[in-house]
Design a protein around this ligand. Structure first.
Ligand SMILES: C[S@@+](CC[C@H](N)C(=O)[O-])C[C@H]1O[C@@H](n2cnc3c(N)ncnc32)[C@H](O)[C@@H]1O
Length: 256
């Protein structure tokens, strides 16, 4: 490990004890949720409903894990599908450069598999006409419906390195059912990323029009799941680095 890397690790570990920084982060998170800050970004032209810090964290994870399949529940406008597909394209490009071969994008095995209960026609058309579309496969239905789980499991059998992202219905029961169904597909040393754990830390009044809220959300599902699944650990290093994130305690690393 070089000096810069050692200094980075040191800086990150100090964040968790930096009360001024943590208070500023908490204030930003609650204000930015009220202003729907995370709805304002795009990935290669498609809206992506995420904090930029979490997009960077995904970039770092994808570079480290080098997955050949990314399973995503919750497509919405397709920004996260396109973002992740573009990262897979870059992995292919880097491998082609390193091995001195010619890259044929149509032959890439790497894929993003998206599941959504309601893929709106205009979103489908925009995703299917995007230059990244050859790496994207979408299926419509509830992510916890048995027939959908069967399809996803069957597709994932053809892949070796699998990364899972859960970002659909944010109730405790739904996310727990998704974790039971899809977390086991995560390869060792890869991640199951559970989005919107932030709901647990926000005031109840913020979610009066939603079926989720504090006490009933992705973070409570993660806590329950982890009690019986020591093969996953929360990657606290990512949390301490990002600080501003909707996914704190949701970056689950498969360790065995
Ligand atoms: C927060 S958005 C996804 C955002 C997207 N991942 C992104 O980063 O831009 C949630 C999506 O979950 C979908 N959804 C809701 N309930 C679902 C379910 N039971 N199964 C699958 N998808 C569901 C909604 O249709 C919506 O498109």
């Amino acid at each position: 490990m070089n000096t810069f890397e050692k200094e980075t690790i040191d800086r990150i570990s100090k964040n968790k004890n930096n009360e001024n920084l943590l208070n500023a982060t908490r204030a930003f998170l609650s204000e930015s949720l009220l202003s729907k800050y995370s709805y304002n970004f795009k990935a290669l032209g498609r809206p992506i409903i995420q904090y930029p810090q979490d997009i960077v964290a995904m970039q770092e994870i994808i570079w480290k894990v080098k997955p050949d399949l990314i399973i995503e529940t919750g497509i919405a406008h397709g920004g996260s599908l396109i973002m992740n597909a573009s990262m897979l394209a870059l992995l292919d490009m880097c491998e082609a450069i390193e091995s001195g071969t010619v890259l044929d994008p149509k032959k890439s095995k790497r894929k993003v598999l998206g599941v959504d209960i309601d893929i709106r026609q205009h979103n489908r058309e925009a995703i299917e006409s995007h230059p990244m579309s050859s790496r994207i496969h979408m299926i419509q239905g509830s992510s916890i419906a048995p027939e959908m789980i069967v399809q996803v499991k069957s597709i994932s059998k053809n892949y070796q390195r699998v990364l899972v992202c859960l970002d659909s219905n944010h109730t405790h029961d739904h996310v727990l059912a998704e974790l039971e169904a899809y977390a086991p597909l995560t390869s060792v040393d890869s991640y199951c990323v559970v989005f919107d754990t932030i709901i647990e830390d926000m005031p109840k009044a913020m979610f009066t029009d939603r079926s989720w809220g504090p006490g009933n959300n992705p973070k409570t599902a993660v806590w329950k799941y982890l009690k019986k699944h020591p093969e996953f650990e929360i990657d606290k290093n990512i949390d301490n680095k990002l600080l501003i994130s909707a996914v704190l305690s949701g970056y689950l690393k498969r360790v065995s």
